[in-house]
Design a protein. Structure first.
Lengths: 210, 558
């Protein structure tokens, strides 16, 4: 009995020392990796930040943004992002989203009655905004992403927004379509992932056009 | 059309895994069988105070596992409790007791269930000096235990089953760390963040403001997948663009999760001197994985529930860049290994799609399972399969030349009972005990009805299997769930490990029985089918009533 206790104590002591050793190793690993990232590829390591023509940082090409006014209504001169559940926990306005310090999805189940109702409304709102019939509103336009920070939309959702953006900016639809094409990424090797349009970079490019 | 993309995705993953199967499996075989220590390993053994040349009995091995894990829980708990005084705390206060216990238990057991939201709870130091450390070593513990069991089959008349400290150290230093460094650098190059910038405020394109959380993500992301851990640097886990920015990082992360569990079947084959035995286990794993993946894709593409019909596709809780196929492949991988990372919100899957993920875990996570845990899990199932076949033909069952006697069967049966009992008891108590029920209904549930029930079932299934993914709408940071889920991860991890190590001890003592004409072959298609059948049988019988109340009811009504 006494023997077992002493064997256990010895295992705890060895365990504690091992935990400390591996902690030191992993701390060194973290800083080495950070060093390699910062020296070798600082743009990527620092979060793929993007700047406007004046050289000011206006966000990250990887992190989605909202293009709405203070009331949460769409700014018509911009392509709109997907709905987002990432909100500042210290504020409770319904209008926010794309708060990149609290990533989140809605986690709503598909049978939730309120959720079905609000989605139906949203679909109508978007159809009206873009002047298309509700059945032409694609799935990603009315569903929130997993992170709440999705910087991209489907090419279908971009397509129905071209007319409005072109009109608001006094551009031809062809000009806008060309830009959309420029910021569209196809599937890798033709089948990996999905085809997407980066809304943040697209809208930035639209602003720089003039 | 969706099936064309699904088949190509499946084929791509399969081809790459075939390419790394032999080199990685053989490399791990060498790591665990060589008697040479590298210089930095000698230094570690000196500090820890281990004689690396000395084998351990199963009891000593188990003491090592438990001693190391208990100290890990303590250190990780304390680290969170003093967070505000640590560097890089980002201004976050100390983590509360129940939550700190839950998180410590969860990361030490390779579960990485996250009751907390990292973005608003944890500073960098707790993440990289606490959680990331456990990402490495909890994975190494799992692999060590699997290797010990394989030695039980491979060795004869041996009192010892290897040395835990040596297995732990070699696995961390020679397998996990080198792969993490190389693949981590690749992840950074593809856009995964790696900095100490804290929260960055920017003025957005449209003239608003945005607060962006940064951090040393890549170094943690890579081991999170490689060690089948799953604890995200961010709340949104691998759907966060800084963890998983594009299709290429998504592909790499899927491969990282699968690499070690799959290649370990090769290591196993080499160690028992018959690589075909490894192929048989792998065959069963691939069949279950394949069924699961195509079932999820089908459920997500062709469901007719209100939201899917209304919006014309199941994109709620999915990222545009991954879509249904690559979200489904990631989710299947994550729930079939013990990773629990998510690149889409499982709570927002169709009822039947979400059920497949639950089922992957309920099968005991053997397709291919977590690092190490998958291999010892399927070896126990193989023992059960051999026993059932032995009963049918009236022979003493044997596997890999070892007799499966009453003692071995006791260990194996107890092993596969632990997880279902933990799940069923945990779920029942949550709805039966009045104060627990109240806390579940008032605070925890995000959805009502059958789907709400599914959230709780998923939570306990994930905890008891050390998976860590969630129907994340569930608010689990309540005293009831923090405590019970914390206990579930500990029971679900260490009871099976103790049984496996005891089984290894009793197998290692035996001599090998010679192969005769009456020996059942365990390296052919028939055995693979039998093994798959046994795995499904055990879990289907156990969990059918539970699933009927949750996802089946929800899915069939809609």
């Amino acid at each position: 009995m006494k023997n077992t206790i002493s064997l256990n104590l010895r295992a705890y002591w060895a365990g504690l020392k091992a935990v400390i050793v591996f902690t030191v190793i992993v701390i060194v690993y973290t800083f080495v990796m950070t060093g390699i990232g910062q020296l070798g590829m600082p743009d990527k390591a620092n979060g793929s930040m993007i700047t406007n023509a004046q050289g000011e940082v206006v966000g990250s090409s990887l992190i989605g943004q909202s293009f709405t006014d203070a009331n949460g209504d769409a700014l018509p001169q911009y392509f709109q992002s997907r709905p987002s559940a990432a909100s500042d926990p210290n504020k409770d306005e319904d209008s926010q989203g794309y708060y990149a310090a609290a990533s989140a999805g809605t986690n709503k189940g598909h049978a939730d009655a309120d959720f079905v109702k609000s989605t139906t409304e949203l679909r109508k709102t978007i159809a009206k905004r873009e002047g298309v019939s509700v059945k032409d509103v694609p799935s990603d336009a009315v569903t929130a992403s997993s992170s709440g920070l999705d910087p991209e939309i489907s090419p279908e959702y971009a397509a129905i927004q071209v007319k409005r953006v072109a009109k608001e900016r006094g551009l031809s639809e062809e000009q806008v379509e060309n830009l959309v094409r420029k910021y569209t990424t196809g599937r890798g090797l033709g089948f990996i992932g999905e085809s997407t349009v980066n809304v943040v970079r697209l809208n930035l490019a639209l602003d720089e056009l003039k | 059309m969706v099936y064309v993309f699904a088949i190509m995705a499946f084929a791509l993953i399969a081809i790459i895994l075939v390419a790394i199967y032999k080199p990685l499996g053989d490399y791990m075989f060498n790591v665990f069988t060589t008697d040479k220590d590298l210089f930095f390993e000698k230094w570690i053994y000196k500090v820890v105070g281990v004689d690396s040349k000395k084998g351990q009995t199963w009891k000593a091995y188990l003491r090592g596992v438990l001693g190391f894990s208990l100290m890990s829980v303590l250190v990780l708990y304390l680290l969170q409790r003093v967070q505000q005084w640590l560097p890089f705390s980002l201004g976050f206060p100390n983590v509360q007791g129940p939550l700190a216990f839950n998180t410590a238990a969860s990361f030490v057991t390779n579960t990485n269930w996250q009751s907390y939201s990292p973005d608003v709870t944890l500073g960098y130091t707790v993440q990289f000096a606490g959680l990331a450390v456990q990402n490495f070593v909890s994975a190494a513990v799992g692999i060590a235990v699997a290797v010990a069991l394989v030695r039980g089959f491979a060795w004869r008349r041996s009192e010892t089953i290897g040395n835990f400290w040596v297995d732990l150290t070699r696995c961390t230093m020679r397998i996990l760390l080198p792969i993490s460094i190389v693949m981590g650098i690749i992840l950074i190059a593809l856009g995964v963040a790696q900095n100490f910038a804290g929260f960055v405020d920017v003025n957005t394109v449209a003239g608003g403001t945005q607060k962006i959380m940064q951090g040393p993500v890549a170094s943690q992301e890579v081991i999170k997948e490689l060690g089948t851990n799953g604890g995200g640097f961010f709340n949104a886990n691998s759907s966060h663009p800084y963890e998983n920015p594009n299709m290429w990082t998504n592909l790499i992360e899927i491969l990282l999760m699968l690499a070690i569990p799959v290649a370990l079947t090769r290591t196993f084959g080499r160690m028992v001197g018959d690589i075909r035995q490894g192929y048989a286990l792998l065959g069963a794993m691939v069949i279950i994985f394949g069924i699961s993946f195509f079932a999820v894709v089908t459920a997500e593409s062709f469901a007719s529930d209100p939201i899917t019909s209304l919006t014309g596709g199941s994109m709620e809780g999915k990222e545009t860049r991954f879509g249904i196929v690559w979200s489904g492949l990631f989710g299947t991988t994550s729930t079939s290994t013990s990773t629990g990372a998510v690149n889409s919100m499982h709570d927002s899957y169709t009822a039947l799609g979400g059920m497949i993920y639950m089922l992957n875990m309920m099968l005991g996570e053997v397709s291919p399972g977590g690092v190490g845990a998958g291999l010892y899990g399927i070896l126990v199932m193989a023992v059960v399969a051999v026993f059932i076949a032995g009963l049918m033909v009236g022979r003493t069952p044997e596997y890999l030349g070892k007799k499966i006697g009453p003692r071995e069967m006791k260990m194996a049966s107890l092993y596969f009972l632990v997880m279902p009992i933990t799940v069923v008891v945990g779920v029942s108590l949550s709805f039966a005990v009045p104060f627990a029920r109240q806390s579940i209904f008032d605070t925890s549930l995000n959805n009502s009805g059958n789907h709400g029930f599914s959230e709780v079932v998923y939570a306990f299934t994930s905890a008891a299997n050390n998976n860590g993914s969630a129907f994340a709408g569930l608010t689990a940071d309540t005293p009831w769930l923090d405590t019970t889920l914390g206990l579930a991860v500990l029971i679900g991890r260490f009871l099976p490990i103790a049984l496996v190590i005891a089984l290894a001890g009793s197998l290692a003592k035996q001599d090998k029985v010679p192969v005769t004409a009456g020996t059942m072959k365990t390296d052919n298609g028939l055995f693979v089918v039998l093994l798959v059948f046994v795995i499904f049988l055990i879990s289907a019988l156990t969990f059918f009533p539970t699933l009927a109340l949750g996802p089946l009811a929800e899915g069939l009504v809609a």
